[in-house]
Design a protein around this ligand. Sequence first.
Ligand SMILES: [Zn+2]
Length: 253
Amino acid sequence: MGLSLHRTSAIVLRNYNLGETDRITVFLSARYGKVSGVSRRARKLASPFAGRLEPLSEVDLVYFLREGKTLARVNHVDLIHSFQALREDLSRLGPALKMSELMDRFTREGEATPLLYGLLARSLRALEGEVDGIALLVPFVLNLLALTGYEPQLGQCVHCSKTLPGDAPSFSPLLGGILCSGCAPLAPDRLEISPPVLAALRCGLRAEPGSPVGLPGPSAAVQSCLEVLERYIQTRMGRAISLRPFFDLPRFA
Ligand SMILES: [Zn+2]
């Protein structure tokens, strides 16, 4: 069976321990999609991997993969960007880890996903800037949904196709989009969404991946966007998922 050498930039999604001294790292790579690799003796103090496999780190990764196998052997790792600034600020670390977790859950090993890699890398860089981390989560999630085939319909009524400008319709997670007032009663799972929430969702979907967008409306609208998206993902994908970052963030006005 052949053993092939791969080289790619990659972002560390998570680590877990293997045996006494080894570590398995799950990467999102630019060229090969999600990759899980064993780093031998990575947990020894003198390991050449020390400090290079922290979650969120962007690295230049070299690994071997045996034909027919999914677990790679990490050969060499060089740090490209540590994203240390994100680890030092809880209001950024929460959204950053949430982006990383979502990327992990929306990808599988063996599928090349260069657009998803670009989305995560650009979103993490934008988070380093002076932006509202929670507001950045909304375009991140909407872009992630669009790139993985789950884009919600936000322009027209998902049932009768009537174009809806900006008035307050409903959103049906089950039907996957907004509903006009005439069709809304057809969807028992509908959520009422206010014009600022619809405007913020539309803005997030149009936003360049990772660009620090100023979502319109008050920050309460951003929180509502995350709640709508959370219900949508749970319904459409059958996965319980939380879009709330881990840390207690400043209250929304
Ligand atoms: Zn309709």
